[in-house]
Each structure stands twice: as structure tokens, then as C-alpha cells.
Design a binder for this molecule. Sequence first.
Ligand code: CMC
Length: 447
Amino acid sequence: MTDETQATQDGQATQTDSLSVTDNRTGESYDIEITDGTVRAMDLRQIKVSEDDFGLMTYDPGYSNTASCRSAITYIDGEKGILEHRGIPIEQLAEHSTFLEVSFLILYGHLPTEDELSQWIYEITHHTYVHENIKDFMSGFRHDANPMGMLLASVGALSTFYPEAVDVSDSHQRHVSAVRMIAKMPTLAAFAYRRSLGLPYVYPNNDLSYTGNFLSMLFKMAEPQYEPDPRLERALEVLFILHADHEQNCSAAAVRVVGSSLPDPFSAVAAGVAGLYGPLHGGANVAVLKMLKKIGTPDNIPDFLEGVKQGNERLMGFGHRVYKNYDPRARIIRSHVDEVLEATSKESPLLDVAIELEKRALDDEYFTERKLYPNVDYWSGIIYEAMNIPPDAFTVMFAIGRTPGWMAQWLELMNDEEFKIARPRQIYTGPRQTDYVPMSERNGSGS
Ligand code: CMC
């Protein structure tokens, strides 16, 4: 049955926009409206066994089947492997566009005109510097601090430098915050990277492109002018485009949940960075590299895959909550791997392992039956490693790319007609009405 087709009591299917529900506890029937293939969870609240019953709730750990908002930013069809931003397929954006143009598109809903684009690039380029105190702030971290932890903290710290950003109802402030966030993220990321290596910070160079400047802030040493390799500049551009947004994933949901209490957007984006940190989200490419290193050579692959099937390991970089087909971003990234290795004159011993592992997993029923295909993180680690970016900083790269997406999700939330503070329900499973036990009477068993 389609969403629109519902069975009536006599068994005949009719086209309606409602769902008929019979509560077998009471025998009562209800008609619940269906809009856009969804029912409103609040409409279930009327289903009660008695007057003082709270009403029916839905239970959805991990929000696997719950739409939390209406969004016009990113469309994904996971079964078909389709990803579009504002309706434009990711393949076209990766081929023809730039990261800043895609950022504008994602934030403001349309491709910029020539004037809009040059104004946008001008604004971003002229907000790349961070307050000098950020350097002092960075130096407070231990020498071996993870760059992602430093990024998370320094993004949160931006809220203290721009207190006016808390005026989230002011459209000018919202725009300036978006510009600042996208402009400063590479500077913060590069400072965190240089700090972790004990190298002096490199200030932004406004003569370079967004990615060229980022490469300069990462790798410039004593040379008066850093000349980025155009192949690396473009590969980074594409990687950032591919990461720009991915609708309601863990970090975007974190931005929206935190943003819904109306703090400044830097604080909301810091929550997104924290969400991205973990190995099941943005940290997966680090885990992929670790996995490839652990496998070592292609002949160890069968044993490794056996371990995955026994449940002792996870095939990192495979599987996705939404894609039940090849992640289109993985295919595009794969096409840049050879070019990056050529530009950096590197041979990646892990490449052979990655190619063979992918091939074997795609030929294996265990993975095909579960619809486990490579995701965006399967190949990105190999590219970053070839660029001399240490694994600890891989997730930081993802964060730079995802920044326009987080800001766009936040902006959309601020304009949402159905705006509400996020506040999920729970099914309480603990004890009730137990008495406080004095220390002298506790036996340590929790009773
Ligand atoms: N290796 C082995 N088995 C897996 C994997 C994997 N990578 N992913 C899922 N499965 C199995 C899982 O054990 C389960 O099997 P069974 O039905 O026998 O219990 C089945 O596939 C369904 O998995 P799930 O955990 O219910 O799926 P999920 O939608 O909750 O998880 C995921 C999605 C991305 C967390 C998961 O696939 C995973 O852990 N992948 C590896 C980590 C990774 O690459 N993450 C990057 C995601 S893409 C970048 C991003 O958006 O952040």
C-alpha cells in the first residue's frame, strides 16, 4: 500500500490522506491525518485508555523513522544513492562548482549571480583572521591535544568574541555569523594542527583561494609565498563540497537541538563539532585508516572479513543509516585518489589493501544482504594521508566541509514557522517511590 492508499473496514483500498487506527485495548478507532508521508506524533496523543492516561507516544531510538523538521536544503534517496543540494545533484556540484559557491547555495537556497558570488567570496576572505587571544587560548592545550578537541573548544570560544551573535532574531547578525563561521573554521583548524605539531601559526593569505589558503596555513614554512599545488587545491575543494551538508545526521541534529534553546550559533555549531568527533560519524575515516593498517597486506583480508562476520570487528567506512546503495560521495572521492597520490608523489601501500577489501566486501553476501556499501569516509583517509595530514586531524577536515551545512540547518531552524525547543520524551524504566536510605543502612548492592 502506498502512503495515500488505506484499507477500509470492508477491506477495499481507497485513496485517502488519513490513517485509520483501532486501539485494541479500548476498541476505539481514530483517523490520523497523513501529510507528506508522515503522521504527526502529537496526533497519537489522543489515543488513550482512560481520561487520565497520558496518551500514546512513539518510541524511536536513534530517530530511525522520525522526521524532526521540514527542510529544503538537502535531498537524499538512500535506496538509489542520490544526493542533491537545493535540488542540484552532488555529481554536478563536485564537477563544476567551488566550495564557496556551494556554501552560498546551501545557505541561501539558490546559485549566486556573479555579483553575489564575488561579494560572498570577498566577505569570507575578509573574515578569515581570528582574534589574537585565540592563539593564547590554543597554547593552553597540552602539546599532544587532539586537534578535533581543540577545534571544538575554539569554535565554542568564538561565542565569547562575538557576543552580539546571540541576537539570533537579527537577520544581519545571522548572516555575519554564517560568514564568520565559514571563514574562520579553516584558520582554527590550521592553528589546531600547527599547535599539535609545535609549529608557529601561519596567518591567512587573502590572495589565495579558500582551499589554497588553508593548505598555506597548514604547510607553509619559511618560504615567503606558499604556492599550493592546483591538483591538491581542487581535490580539497571537492572533498569539502562532498561534505558540505547531509541533512539530519548526528551533528546536524546536534546543531538543531542545541540551537533550539536559542544560544548564539557558534555554541550550536560547537555541538555539531562534538557530534562529528565520534568514530560512528566524522571519526570514521580515522578508523578506516587504522583498520587498513591493521590488515596490513591484501592476504590478511579474508581473516579480517571473517572477524567482521563473527561480530569481532566492524568494516569501517562501510554502511550508512540512509544509503542502502553506494554512497555517491564515495564514488566521487575515489576518482580523486590517484590524482592526489600523483601530486604528492606518494605510493600508498594502503591503497592496494583498500581496493581489494572493497572488492571482496562488495562480492560478499554478508555485506550485500545488509546493503553495506562504501561511504564517504572509506576513501577520504587515504587522500588526507597522502596530503600529509595526520589521522588526528582527519575529522577536522570533515568539520571544515560541514560548516556551511551546520549553519544552513541552523538558519533554517531560526526561520522555521513550527519552531519549538527540542525536548524528546522517554519511557521511564527506573524505580518509583523508593525511600532515601541513610548511609549506615546501605549494603552496597544498590538495594
Ligand atoms: N561492518 C559490519 N557490519 C555492519 C556495519 C559495518 N560497518 N555497519 C552495519 N553493519 C551491520 C550491523 O551489524 C547490522 O547487522 P545485523 O542486522 O546482523 O545485526 C546491520 O548491518 C545493520 O546495522 P546498524 O548498526 O543497525 O545500522 P545503523 O544504520 O544503525 O548504522 C552506521 C549505520 C554508519 C553507524 C554503521 O553502518 C557503521 O557503524 N559503519 C561503520 C562506521 C562508518 O563508516 N561511519 C561513517 C558513516 S558515513 C560518514 C558520516 O555521515 O558521518
